[in-house]
Design a protein around this ligand. Structure first.
Ligand SMILES: [Mn+2]
Length: 321
């Protein structure tokens, strides 16, 4: 991977850095931000991480995860860095602060994106943490905490090395990281096995709501605000549910549609690899990766299901699947 010398120089020459992660944070943005913070702290920089969302507690094993700031006091930094963000609105309320200084960097791996920083490193690889790994090797000394954070990022975005974006490179880099001696078992337990009662209850409701189209090639989970309230769940509890319907042997596309607010349905799409779901999401103004994408649909639940299923069926037919 070719690293951007301007980014390296900025990271080395800054003094106070604010790192921004996306809303509904995942292992990749948290791992990327934490690793970058630790590397910069080792170079005697002052670094804060900002998030517009609360951090799910299963990520507490990642260094600094419990010290992430949520306030509006974004003053006095000489460098702003956004990680794992395809467009400025992904950082939520911090989008109004990000470009208040000139020195801004974005490091990201999304295919569909709108540049918003002065310098961007965008590379279509499995995770942002993988890109950050190369920068950290260049600017600082790898340690156990950085290694753990980067592992969290790489393993999260590859679905524990099971998604089609996994190559030998993710395994090689992870092997290097594991050699720094962080608690691998604990990391995997927290990343891939942890659940809450709210999520479990939401899961039950998602399974009951399942609907299939195109002879089982498209599967859709539907969750309303009522489901969220009854399950005592929040948006972060929908993470990963979609995989369960995508896993059905007949499915090419798995979707979870949940009512984010009245009349606004958030769709997360997953593909087994033959359909590019970023193309589908883009038709609704969303985007993402070929195998994992998202979009918003406005209206009622029935309308949302009809709209997205018909585009999926069209895609399935076009590919002759
Ligand atoms: Mn990512």
């Amino acid at each position: 991977m070719e690293i951007n010398k301007n980014i390296v120089n900025n990271l080395l020459n800054c003094e106070r850095v604010a790192i921004f992660i996306h809303t509904n944070p995942d292992g990749d943005c948290l791992g990327s931000a934490s690793a970058l913070k630790q590397a910069l702290v080792s170079l005697n920089k002052t670094v804060d991480i900002f998030s517009d969302s609360l951090i799910p507690e299963n990520y507490n094993f990642i260094k600094y995860a419990t010290e992430i700031k949520h306030d509006d006091n974004v003053d006095g930094y000489d460098l702003h860095v956004a990680v794992d963000c395809s467009e400025i609105k992904r950082i939520g309320k911090y989008s109004k602060f990000f470009n208040k200084i000139d020195n801004t960097i974005c490091i990201d791996h999304h295919k569909t994106r709108v540049d918003f920083a002065k310098i961007t490193h965008n590379e279509i690889v499995s995770s942002t943490a993988l890109i950050i790994y190369y920068y950290i090797k260049e600017i600082a000394k790898m340690d156990k905490d950085i290694a753990c954070a980067l592992y969290a990022g790489i393993s999260s975005d590859t679905g524990c090395f099971m998604h089609s974006n996994t190559t030998s490179l993710e395994h090689e880099i992870s092997a290097d990281l594991i050699n720094y001696g962080f608690d691998l078992y604990n990391a995997n337990e927290n990343l891939f096995k942890y659940t809450t009662m709210g999520k479990f209850e939401l899961n039950k409701r998602a399974l009951m709501s399942a609907e299939f189209f195109a002879n089982g090639k498209v599967g859709i989970f539907k969750l309303t605000q009522k489901d969220m309230i009854e399950a005592n769940a929040d948006e972060s509890d929908t993470t990963g549910l979609v995989n369960q319907i995508t896993n059905v042997n007949t499915c090419e596309i798995g979707i979870i549609i949940y009512e984010k607010e009245k009349g606004l349905f958030r769709c997360s799409l997953r593909s087994k690899g033959r359909v590019d779901v970023a193309n589908i999401a883009e038709q609704f103004g969303g985007g993402g990766h070929a195998n994992a994408a998202g979009c918003n649909i406005f209206g009622g639940l029935k309308t949302a299901v009809n709209k997205i299923s018909s585009v999926c069926i069209k895609e399935i037919n076009k590919l002759g699947l």
